[in-house]
Design a protein around this ligand. Structure first.
Ligand SMILES: [Zn+2]
Length: 148
């Protein structure tokens, strides 16, 4: 897909109201879950979906015991140079300890903490490099549980 194609898609999306298509003919099916565990108990999960045509992956964060309140039509957008990851905070507990994010290969990510502070976290090769935060890539843990 060309950059121009992407822009056209984006424009028509806005007209239609936030319907995101990863490619011209999306065929999106459920791929796998990644469970998030604390002390061997599952506290949440990331549901991973994949488009059979363009192979792009889409993820949804699920907190255990909380029904999804988001009402997104289509799949959450991710750019070609990003990967789905989970940031784990060493400062927080329980459901506030983790968050689904989109990571670029290198750079800085703006991260909002549970108490609504904005942090700049450094990314090196899709991994967060920080004293108080770690991360992992969703694609490395499909159908597995990750202890955080
Ligand atoms: Zn697609």
């Amino acid at each position: 897909m060309t950059m121009q194609g992407l822009n056209i898609t984006k424009n028509s999306e806005n007209l239609m109201g936030e319907i995101y298509r990863c490619c011209d003919n999306p065929q999106i099916t459920y791929l796998a879950p990644v469970n998030i565990n604390i002390d061997e108990r599952t506290i949440g999960s990331v549901d991973v979906w994949r488009c059979a045509v363009c192979k792009k992956k889409f993820c949804e964060e699920k907190q255990l015991g909380i029904d999804s309140i988001t009402d997104i039509v289509g799949m959450p957008r991710i750019e070609d140079d990003e990967k789905w990851g989970v940031i784990v905070s060493k400062l927080q507990k329980g459901k506030d300890k983790w968050k689904l994010v989109k990571l670029k290969q290198n750079g800085v990510i703006k991260y909002e903490t549970a108490d609504e502070k904005m942090l700049d976290l450094k990314i090196e090769n899709y991994i967060i490099v920080d004293d108080y935060h770690t991360s992992f890539l969703v694609e490395d843990h499909l159908n597995k549980a990750v202890e955080i």
